[in-house]
Design a protein around this ligand. Structure first.
Ligand code: PLP
Length: 459
């Protein structure tokens, strides 16, 4: 099967597939050959190739042969592991693998399954955040009474992922009680402990009840790192649940030289990293650790007669159904286990380091061209930059960069995405696809230069 090298679904217009496929399912079976032929001619032209070496958008979503084999085995075994008894291996492998990963990240022992904490694989970082927000909400409401829901306040920064807003909506947090503290470019867009402390004091003085902070290691727009230690001390003083979202950058912290970004994690109540972003584990696999698993279980467990069994009743086992929103769950730990075993820690570290080195090379190329500006300090493998016209009118600069994004993406040769920081439209170039090599970076930069020259000439 032929897959184009280009990483952008060039030919797809909205509704393109509806025009190509019939309105109803076939009454009689069709041949596999006919189906696969249509995959090639109708489906793949509408696929954005996240695994292409020329894919640099959003954050990566790594696939690998190890991850794929794990997915395949999981699909083949095809169990639904909601309780220990429904497939003991699924629950136990998940506990073991998340303990392994916690040790690799040097998370505090409180997060390991041997104590009152432990890890569970969620589908996404958004689900991880939602379940811990529910646990935190219920913990405080048990203490102060359910009527106080309208007074509960959640904190983050204006760089926190939008999944915090969604989780608040679902958890019933009053929309006016979500504080997204303003960040500044001079502070690299990290959440300032002073600003958090001031907001908490102000809310308490107004009769509100602070109860949850989501800090980020590697924000979505620019990979800013919030100062965990200082923030954690504030949350401890105020008995606020402290969640750390390291959806993308958590993977880098398996390397000793990047582990310092998690300094202060000992103050956190929960921690999350997406193995399906930058850890060679096919989507979906979001690792969540929590220090006190009972808080989650108290919020999310149900115990209907038809699910009762000796192991669960004896409280000797973990039933992961009580750590998540759905009942059913896939055997996701298999792919993570296979990734860890088939690569080994040293190869995983080299993998991360190579992407960061390539991002640095791209950043050096941008810095050498005086027509461009690097907009935020690069910490991991994301370069935030923009074309800076001689006429420094911001509106014009924003339009120029929007046009540049359109030009490089519509070439079909690469795929990037954008963000806005301090009112500036910025191009995001994230190195993280498993097959990206130096030659791809060099070619991508040439494309940016040529497209920029053409735009500037015609402007
Ligand atoms: N947190 C951060 C920092 C992210 O960058 C993202 C997505 O890119 C998310 C959370 C949400 O991830 P998910 O799609 O796993 O919910």
């Amino acid at each position: 099967m032929h897959v184009r090298a280009a990483s952008y679904a060039l030919n797809s217009l909205p509704g393109y597939l509806q025009k190509l496929l019939p309105d109803s399912a076939p009454v009689q079976p069709e041949s596999l050959q006919a189906v696969l032929q249509e995959v090639e001619t109708k489906i793949l032209p509408g696929v954005t190739h996240w695994q292409s070496p020329n894919y640099y958008a959003y954050f990566p979503s790594n696939g690998s042969i190890a991850g794929f084999l794990g997915e395949m085995l999981s699909a083949g075994i095809s169990i639904v592991g909601f309780s220990w008894i429904t497939s003991p291996a699924a629950t136990e492998l998940e506990m073991i693998v998340l303990d392994w990963l916690a040790n690799l990240l040097k998370l505090p022992n409180d997060f390991l399954s041997k104590g009152p904490g432990g890890g569970a694989i969620q589908g996404t970082a958004s689900e991880a955040l939602l379940v811990v927000l529910l646990a935190a909400r219920d913990r405080i409401l048990r203490e102060i009474g359910k009527d106080a829901l309208g007074k509960l306040v959640v904190y983050g920064s204006d760089q926190t992922h939008s999944s915090l807003q969604k989780a608040c909506q679902i958890a019933g947090v009053h929309p006016e009680n979500l504080r997204l503290q303003r960040t500044e470019s001079c502070n690299e867009y990290a959440l300032s402990p002073e600003s958090l402390g001031d907001a908490i004091s102000h809310d308490i003085a107004s009769g509100l009840i602070p109860f949850f902070l989501c800090a980020t290691v590697g924000t979505t727009s620019s990979t800013a790192v919030d100062p965990l230690l200082a923030l954690g001390k504030i949350t401890k003083r105020n008995q606020i649940w402290f969640h750390v979202d390291a959806a993308y950058a958590g993977s880098a912290c398996i390397c000793p030289e990047y582990r310092h970004h998690l300094n202060g994690i000992e103050e956190a109540d929960s921690f999350n990293m997406n193995c399906h972003k930058w850890f060679l584990t096919n989507f979906d696999c979001s690792a969540l650790w929590i220090k006190d698993r009972n808080t989650l279980i108290q919020s999310l467990s149900t115990n209907p007669e038809y699910l009762k069994n000796k192991a669960s009743q004896g409280r000797k086992v973990i039933d992961y159904k009580d750590w998540q929103i759905p009942l059913g769950r896939r055997f996701r730990s298999l792919k993570l286990w296979m990734v860890l075993r088939l690569y080994g820690v040293e190869n995983l570290q080299s993998y991360i380091r190579n992407h960061i080195k390539l991002a640095q090379q791209f950043e050096d190329l941008v810095a050498q061209d005086i027509r461009f500006e690097i907009v935020a300090t690069r910490t991991f493998s994301l370069v935030c930059f923009r074309l800076l016209p001689a006429n420094k009118n911001e509106e014009y600069a924003n339009k120029l960069n929007r046009d540049l994004l359109d030009a490089v993406n519509s070439s079909g040769q690469i795929f990037i995405s954008h963000t806005v920081l301090s009112g500036k439209y910025i191009l995001r170039f994230v190195v993280g696809a498993p097959l990206t090599e130096e030659r791809h970076i060099v070619a991508a930069w040439k494309l940016f230069q040529e497209a920029s020259s053409s735009l500037l000439e015609n402007s």
